[in-house]
Write a protein that binds this ligand. Sequence first.
Ligand SMILES: Cc1cc2nc3c(=O)[nH]c(=O)nc-3n(C[C@H](O)[C@H](O)[C@H](O)COP(=O)(O)OP(=O)(O)OC[C@H]3O[C@@H](n4cnc5c(N)ncnc54)[C@H](O)[C@@H]3O)c2cc1C
Length: 412
Amino acid sequence: MAERATIIGAGIVGICTAISLLEKGFDVLLIDRNEPAEGASHGNAGVVSPWTCVPQSMPGLWRSIPKWLFDPEGPIALRWSYLPEFIPWVIKFLAAGKEEGLPAIADAMQALNRPNVDLYRQLLVGTGSEHLIVDSMYVHVSRNKDAVDLKSLAWKLREERGVPIEVVGPERLREVEPELSPSYKTGVLMKGQARAIDPGGVGKALAEKARRMGAKFLKAGVDRIEQSPTGEWNIHTDAGDRKATNLIIAAGAWSARLLEPLGYDLPLEAERGYHLIFQNPGITVNNSIMDADAKFVASSMAAGVRCAGTAEFAGLDASPDYRRAQTFVRLAKHLFPDINTKDTIEWMGSRPSFPDSLPCLGQIPRKKGLFCAFGHSHYGFGMAPNTGRVVASIVTGEPVNIDLTPYQISRF
Ligand SMILES: Cc1cc2nc3c(=O)[nH]c(=O)nc-3n(C[C@H](O)[C@H](O)[C@H](O)COP(=O)(O)OP(=O)(O)OC[C@H]3O[C@@H](n4cnc5c(N)ncnc54)[C@H](O)[C@@H]3O)c2cc1C
């Protein structure tokens, strides 16, 4: 009889893990209270970069935080009632950005990201949705002509890891992105990557593939998990109880809640991001554009031009504040003067963020049959296919070809 695995969470991480386990002959059940790929995996910026290796916390970042917090259009926002929860996390976050620890974090980020373009292309073969992943550059742009300092730590981390970078001036920028405002004076092109023109659509196409491969989906909210005296895992859901011998937690920003009753107090923050889609933009953006001044990403997608970004700290349960999404109207006009900003769709989703920008992957110590696959922060769309492969190999006990130490849950 085939071995069984149950996955809590049908975001892009849970779905990719399901496919990898199905390929290894497992019977797979995915449990999610929503339809597949409706969480953070639905509304992200769609950047699929094999080169991603710079974590969120970097030396000196603390200097910018007060200025950003008091700017209503700044890249971060805090609900002041959330301050007591935010402070312990941000202290850990800033501590994770010490220079001496960054090369190891960068290596661990890149190890998960490196094959992502090829893996998405392989995963999508035969789904009819192959067109949702397109070749792209990542173009970081700034109005400040001196903004790019290749000697700075972030660019050095990339250069040392072989990221193909070209620094360009205004003329070349306009060749690459004709709609960009002339006020942008410099840019960096990162080549050889891809972008999704509908990240949620990619997740749904892969969920459908998993279904065709035999995966079952249960639409239910998981209230609690506990281990029975025989070692099996009992999963208590609002649609009845289930049992599992192999249980994978891939519940994104909600994952820490499920592990709390088992004694884990994990610094997993809901880093809430927003997007605004301009449905009739009247312009086309050729690549993923990172506005390095305002810290958001713009990309042409199937539904229009999507601007995505911002990090709001308000906890998992606070209702969205769509003023954050509306700031993209003015920011998008700065970037692309000719964009039509009427007819918008706004969205909020929670990034599952640990202080060190790395996920927790692997067997949970002393909890036989319980595995973690969560905490991919700003990079989960790109990291998901390799996460799926790695976690499936851990479940089967097969060798994994990357060092798993940086992703251990016991690091907290
Ligand atoms: C604005 C924004 C832009 C981003 N841009 C990028 C980008 O360009 N590139 C990139 O790589 N990453 C990006 N990210 C990050 C990326 O989207 C996330 O890291 C990734 O989607 C996380 O996937 P996940 O499957 O872990 O979580 P999710 O997609 O959130 O899925 C978790 C699932 O678990 C379910 N769940 C949780 N708890 C329970 C429970 N108790 N019972 C039942 N179901 C439960 C939820 O319903 C949800 O479906 C961005 C994120 C945001 C917010």
